[in-house]
Design a protein around this ligand. Structure first.
Ligand code: 4F9
Length: 215
């Protein structure tokens, strides 16, 4: 999968993309992330990307002309699925993550300041607005990283054998539910023991215990 990202702060992505599973996914060729600086499409001598809202009010908006120039320049022919991160969007779910993971190209647009000029959305340059939760952030970069992380681990061959086997069991035996309590060595820590059933080796009993302890 190819993911293009439009952001005023592409440097924010370095950490998450160069560690652990996301780094490995890119090395394996399963995932290719292209970061683009919105400033590259800025207008005029002052390299302006934002402006004051018509009608007044606090804060600045990303300009429609800058955003559309960036989107059209990055999409080059084959139009990717274009996502804008916004607290007005639909809240991201695991179901939607799995659908997005099946697409071959995504374009993630990270707004900043108070948001973007509504004409970017109304004019058809955005396919979907996504929120990662009901709170306000300083921009769409962290939501974009959350989405990249969640999507990448659904791409075939990104997770190791053991990790993906575990995922299977979440989805099926455990009815797609996410979490039961986990324990590892030592068997006893400061008097707190690992539940006996998990040490028993009885796979049916363990499965039942986990089903009963799903969050
Ligand atoms: C985007 C918050 C997606 C939550 C973008 C300010 C945002 C956000 N989910 N907040 N800009």
């Amino acid at each position: 999968m190819q993911i293009d990202v439009l952001s005023l702060f592409p440097g924010m992505f370095a950490g998450p993309l160069t560690e652990s599973i996301l780094q490995r996914a890119q090395e394996k060729g399963c995932l290719s992330v292209h970061l683009h600086d919105l400033r590259d499409w800025a207008l005029g001598t002052y390299k302006q990307v934002d402006d004051k809202p018509y009608g007044g009010g606090a804060g600045m908006l990303l300009r429609v002309d800058v955003l559309v120039a960036a989107i059209e320049s990055v999409q080059e022919g084959a139009i990717p699925h274009r996502i804008l991160f916004s607290p007005r969007g639909k809240v991201l779910t695991q179901e939607r993550v799995e659908e997005l993971a099946a697409m071959d190209r995504l374009l993630l647009v990270c707004g900043h300041y108070e948001g973007v000029d509504q004409r970017v959305i109304d004019g058809g340059w955005i396919d979907e607005e996504i929120s990662i939760g009901q709170y306000v952030l300083t921009g769409g970069e962290l939501p974009a990283m959350v989405l990249i992380d969640a999507v990448a681990r659904q791409i075939p061959d990104v997770l190791g054998k053991e990790e993906s086997a575990e995922q299977e069991s979440f989805s099926k035996a455990l009815n797609r539910k996410k979490e039961y309590p986990h324990y590892t060595r030592p068997e006893e820590f400061r008097g707190i023991r690992v539940p006996d059933v998990l040490l028993s080796g009885h796979h049916e009993e363990i499965e039942k215990w986990r089903r009963h302890h799903l969050l």
